[in-house]
Design a protein around this ligand. Structure first.
Ligand code: ADP
Ligand code: ZN
Ligand code: ZN
Length: 671
């Protein structure tokens, strides 16, 4: 008989909040169920986190719950304590982070959870499709993972294997091992575009033991898969970052494929990084965590080098298939050759496209996502404007007609002539990529081109349709944003082109070089998956940049060694942690003054020199949907110091005088 209980709510408020339980509900309340509670002037959904026999507050001061929504808990104790940890780290409220865990339909209290009869559908193992015989190198990596799975000890592996080196085969066999031990597995994939092909391989092998979760699913469908997992009828879960919260009972193995991808960070409230959450969850459950990538994030590789993670290396492609030849095209020469100020397709790329048509093969052309910041560079010598202090590309702000470092707010005028070669060939760049499709059509009227970007795939299913048609060779060329840069496997693709490596190289972000390296490596991995050797063409004004040179040689180690030194010298992750605090509002002066006020408060609260404050500075994309945006970046060797000072300075305040405040711990994207 429970007379009182504590709930948290999905709002940026502390809590927990104590309520009385009316007589008729006292037998049915339990931890993890939802209840309706009066909250302020409204009713809110409360998540029960604790049942209480007695409380210090007198009854007449307490409100009563209105109703119990669920007949059984929607979140178990393990996930409850996990959400508490997440809330603390990412400066969310506990209730907010619970809402990351439950299916979206349940947040609004609409869908009801009814217990169903448990179905007895156990598939015998030999019904699964057969595994490949692992090669020696794969076997060695697999054995290390197997040993940890068998002994139920938590351990984190970084599986660094070039594209098509057989990583997925290792995942599949590790899953089988965990399955044999009666354990559940979660497999995270970066994006929905990967899921159709990825899922096929898992479902082909493990049939209906697999549950698939993804964000473009209808809520009702997603809910059904979720329930299948909760009832123990699926033991292998595949999905994007949110699948890390799948309600499996006996977690033994978590696999994060393409672990370097930014999509593992959830950018909206409740913010979390699925890699960090996976680590927390694996630790709680004594489960094994496998991070896999051809281009590991610098953070992960650094940890592996220090021995925090166990490094497994697959240096060769299966059947020794050659890596594609990567050719770097210096666009500075193309200006001269083509007598054009804005050449889109280099002559080499045009020639390769012609071969594609003649040989009835296919090509993928990659162009960067739209709406990025504008940078200034010299098309004669390749010089680009950077902040001396932060080593970040300066962003051109047309309103102020200035170049701005959006980390530290350093500002300068756009120079008249190039500071390096003294020519007048400084150009503003960042836009105009749609031109690619029309240019290709102009040069090759008979070519069948399809574009794939967020616009073209806004409709449910559009994505798969385009890919299916491309696979059937109904198109010759696929032009797309980075959503096509990963995972896809088309045997007829022998040519991959990157229209401009500079868009990522000049991102105003300290990870710009890392992203460029991984981008080129990933797209190169798309070429020549079939029997014919592939060709990759990278167009850039910066052919001497180390990230481009290393990626041409497919040499991660070389890239890492250079980049890690830069990070160390400029005090950026993995040597420090950052938090980005964004201020957003319709009036710029208001946004600035609130940001200044909060910045002063930070200075007061930060007693030691252990936390550096950068900004406030306008965001690289300083105005979005008519809202002005300014950032303050906190940088420290100790993330807990940052979290503490944020809690002390901002607490749960998310709005001051019409200015919205967003807190992002370990930001992956500071735009
Ligand atoms: P990655 O995940 O590293 O890109 P995959 O696991 O997809 O690599 O392997 C690349 C290709 O080689 C796939 O078609 C896969 O089925 C095949 N493959 C993987 N391991 C083996 C093996 N041991 N023997 C034969 N073929 C294999
Ligand atoms: Zn120059
Ligand atoms: Zn700066």
């Amino acid at each position: 008989m429970t007379k009182y209980l504590n709930v948290v709510v999905g709002l940026p408020v502390d809590g927990p909040f104590t309520y009385m339980v009316p007589e008729q509900y006292r037998d049915i309340v339990s931890v993890g169920k939802r209840v309706w509670v009066p909250f302020g002037r409204r009713n809110e959904i409360g998540y029960i986190i604790e049942l209480l026999e007695e409380v210090k507050i007198p009854d007449e001061k307490l409100k009563s719950i209105k109703k119990v929504i669920d007949s059984e808990p929607i979140i178990n104790k393990e996930l409850l304590s996990l959400t508490k940890k997440i809330a603390e780290y990412y400066c969310n409220s506990w209730g907010e982070s619970i809402e990351a865990v439950i299916p979206p339909g349940l947040k609004k209290g609409k869908v009801k959870l009814v217990p169903r009869e448990k179905s007895e559908k156990i598939i015998p193992d030999d019904d699964f499709k057969k595994d490949f015989q692992l090669n020696k190198i794969q076997k060695k990596a697999f054995d290390s993972i197997k040993e940890k799975i068998d002994s139920s000890k938590h351990s984190t592996f970084l599986l660094h294997g070039i594209t098509a080196s057989g990583k997925t085969e290792i995942y599949l066999q590790s899953i089988r091992e965990a399955h044999k031990m009666g354990k559940d597995c979660i497999v995270l994939v970066p994006e929905i575009s990967l899921t159709p092909q990825a899922c096929e391989r898992y479902t082909a092998r493990f049939k209906d033991k697999v549950a698939v979760l993804h964000s473009k699913m209808l809520n009702s469908h997603r809910f059904k898969e979720w329930q299948k997992i909760k009832e123990g009828n699926a033991s292998i879960v595949i999905g994007p970052r949110s699948a890390i919260f799948a309600p499996v009972k006996n977690l033994g193995l978590v696999i994060i494929d393409e672990e370097h991808e930014l999509t593992y960070k959830q950018e909206d409230v409740p913010r979390y990084d699925a890699r960090k959450v996976a680590k927390m969850r694996a630790e709680i459950n004594n489960a094994v965590l496998v991070l896999g990538s051809a281009t590991p994030s610098l953070e992960s590789y650094y940890k592996a080098k220090k021995g925090v993670y166990e490094l497994l290396h697959l240096p060769e492609r299966i059947r020794k298939r050659d890596l594609p030849e990567v050719q770097i095209i210096d666009m500075k020469d193309e200006i001269r050759k083509q007598r054009s100020h804005n050449p889109v397709l280099s002559i080499a790329l045009q020639e390769e496209l012609k071969k594609i048509i003649d040989n009835k093969k296919q090509a993928i052309l990659f162009l960067n996502r739209k709406g990025f910041a504008t940078y200034v560079h010299c098309i004669k010598c390749g010089y680009e404007e950077r902040c001396e202090k932060c080593n970040i590309a300066l962003t051109y702000h047309s309103g102020k007609n200035k170049l701005i470092c959006h980390y530290c707010n350093f500002q300068k005028d756009v120079p008249e002539v190039c500071p390096r070669c003294k020519s007048s060939y400084l150009r503003k760049h960042g836009k105009g990529t749609e031109k690619v499709v029309s240019d290709i059509k102009k040069i090759f009227p008979e070519i069948r081109v399809v574009r794939m970007d967020t616009e073209a795939t806004a409709k449910r299913g559009a994505h798969k349709q385009i890919l299916d048609k491309f696979k059937k060779h109904e198109y010759d060329v696929l032009v797309g944003t980075q959503m096509i840069a990963k995972g896809l496997d088309f045997p007829k693709v022998t040519l991959v082109g990157v229209i401009s490596a500079d868009t990522s190289l000049n991102l105003p972000d300290f990870r710009a070089a890392e992203r460029t390296f991984s981008l080129i490596t990933q797209v190169a991995g798309r070429a020549g998956r079939g029997d014919k050797k592939g060709k990759v063409i990278i167009q850039t004004y910066n052919p001497e940049h180390f990230s481009i040179i290393a990626s041409r040689k497919h040499n991660y180690e070389e890239f890492y060694n250079k980049e890690i030194k830069i990070r160390k010298n400029s005090d950026f992750p993995p040597f420090t942690n950052l938090a980005n605090i964004t201020f957003r509002g319709p009036k710029e002066d208001k946004v600035v003054s609130i940001a200044d006020e909060v910045c002063d408060l930070f200075s007061k609260n930060i007693k030691s020199k252990k936390i550096e404050i950068l900004g406030p500075a306008p965001s690289a994309i300083s105005k979005v949907k008519n809202k002005y945006r300014y950032n303050i970046i906190l940088n420290s060797k100790n993330v807990n110091d940052i979290i503490k000072v944020i809690k002390k300075t901002i607490g749960n305040t998310r709005r001051i005088k019409g200015v919205y405040i967003k807190i992002d711990v370990d930001p992956q994207n500071i735009l």
